[in-house]
Design a protein around this ligand. Structure first.
Ligand code: PLP
Length: 445
């Protein structure tokens, strides 16, 4: 019996996260990672642009991060009481780096960070409603587990990613169009006094990349300020990957709370929630704080050591310069290649993130624009890329990532293999089996 078959006998579906079981790749078993590559249990090598949905910005098993974790593991276990020097140092750096962050708490995942952001917003305001945007993903908990990748017939109404969510919880989340300032103004005009929080990915990367307009982000800030609602930037993807200060340091709009995760620790399991001191002081880490906050593994020494080593490298080495340059090469050269073949494509992204949508331009601004993307071609192309030893996740609308460990030669190979893969996809007429991909009934990442 193969490992994948053994997995399916004892793990539902054979994988430990809902977006890891990929049609056509159900026998894949990962054996090793290093730098920009991973290898499967049969010894096949892949250049990795999936990057576990984003954490390893430095590349897999970065030696400096690995050494810091080993040292921490040899000297400091989880005491689970008081605080450690590493937690203090990490919090000080986050306060220094992110414009919105005056105080910060650590969690183990991004979902916990967004959960606590919304809970504390409700505590602070005494209000019920939260606003999210179609196409954004903020984790698996009930208040935000809706309207991520929705099929066309499910747009404009609650589209939960799971059954089992109480209808009254779904009803307390308003879903608006991204990049639509008028929709935001209207929602505030109608419900402003009931809106506890607005949560947004400043660039919705869970559907590839929708670049925000200045007016949209400014409108969120203005309406939240006017109504006394809490503005939450979910920077779990954009934080650290796009800039050490998060996307907020680039766009000039400062939220009240910021959620972080992924690239902060290069793959170690960590999330963080930071923001205005008056909001953060509502948590029960302060005696009498009304917003309960706990987690056995919060601030785990190994994870904190990984984060400190990652931040040191992001500050001291030209990580952003390198990854932004390779990201730009990927976007420009892929776009030129598709144009040369006469294949309608929009290659977009930001910094180290890129995605090829198979649709006519202009670049999409909101989720409904993405309905024009040819999903069969998107998935078929990526499945064919896998045959060339290049891994971009073969699921509709997923973004790809460049790391510090990728090289110019990797981008050369990406463009070359992409041409072969798209030619083959055109000859095949798209992907044969799209059963799993037309809707996102399950959560995304
Ligand atoms: C923007 C965003 N927020 C929150 C999360 C949830 O983070 P986690 O999977 O660590 O719980 C994700 C995960 O992909 C994300 O992309």
């Amino acid at each position: 019996m193969t490992l994948a078959e053994r997995a399916r006998r004892v793990i539902p579906g054979g994988v430990n996260s809902g977006q890891r079981s990929i049609p056509g790749l159900t026998d894949l078993v990962i054996a090793r990672t290093q730098g920009a590559r991973f290898w499967d249990s049969e010894g096949r090598e892949f250049t990795d642009y999936h990057a576990a949905f984003g954490p390893p910005l430095l590349g897999h098993n970065d030696p400096d991060v690995a050494a810091a974790v080993t040292t921490a593991g040899a000297t400091l276990g989880l005491a689970g009481v008081a605080v450690t020097e590493g937690e203090v140092a990490l919090a000080e750096q986050l306060v220094e780096l992110l414009p919105s962050v005056e105080k910060v708490l650590l969690t183990s995942t991004g979902s916990e960070a967004t959960f606590h952001a919304l809970r504390v917003a409700r505590v602070a305001t005494g209000r019920r409603l939260v606003v999210k945007f179609q196409g954004c993903y903020h984790g698996w908990h009930d208040s935000v587990s809706l309207n991520v990748i929705s099929s066309p017939d499910r747009l404009g109404r609650p589209d939960p990613t799971s059954t089992g969510i109480l209808p009254e919880v779904l009803a307390a989340t308003l879903v608006l169009r991204f990049n639509d300032p008028e929709a935001v103004r209207q929602a505030f005009a109608e419900h402003g006094q009931d809106i506890a929080a607005v949560i947004v990915e400043p660039i919705p990367h869970n559907v590839g990349a929708l670049l925000p307009t200045d007016e949209f982000l400014r409108t969120l800030r203005e309406e939240c300020t006017r109504a006394g609602s809490v503005l939450v930037f979910d920077e779990v993807i954009t934080g650290f990957r796009h800039a050490l200060g998060g996307y907020q340091s680039l766009c000039g709009v400062t939220p009240d709370l910021t959620t972080m995760g992924k690239a902060i620790a290069n793959g170690a399991p960590v999330g963080a929630l930071g923001g205005r001191a008056d909001l953060m002081d509502l948590f029960s880490t302060r005696p009498g704080g009304p917003a309960f906050f706990a987690g056995t593994y919060n601030g785990h020494p190994n994870v904190v050591a990984a984060a400190l080593a990652t931040l040191r490298k992001l500050r001291e080495e030209p990580v952003h310069e390198h990854t932004f340059r390779l990201g730009e090469r990927a976007r420009t050269e892929l776009a030129a290649m598709y144009a040369g073949l006469g294949v309608p494509a929009v290659v977009t992204g930001y910094g180290s993130v890129f995605v090829s949508y198979f649709m006519a331009g202009p670049a999409p601004r909101s989720y409904d624009d993405l309905l024009a993307n040819d999903a069969a071609r998107f998935i078929g192309y990526r499945r064919n890329l896998v045959e060339h030893g290049i891994f971009e996740l073969p699921l509709n609308l997923k973004r790809s990532h460049v790391s510090y460990a990728h090289t110019d030669a990797d981008i050369d190979r990406l463009v070359e293999a992409s041409e072969a893969a798209i030619r083959k996809t055109l000859a095949e007429g798209g992907a044969a089996d799209l059963a799993h991909t037309s809707t996102m009934g399950g959560a995304t990442h």
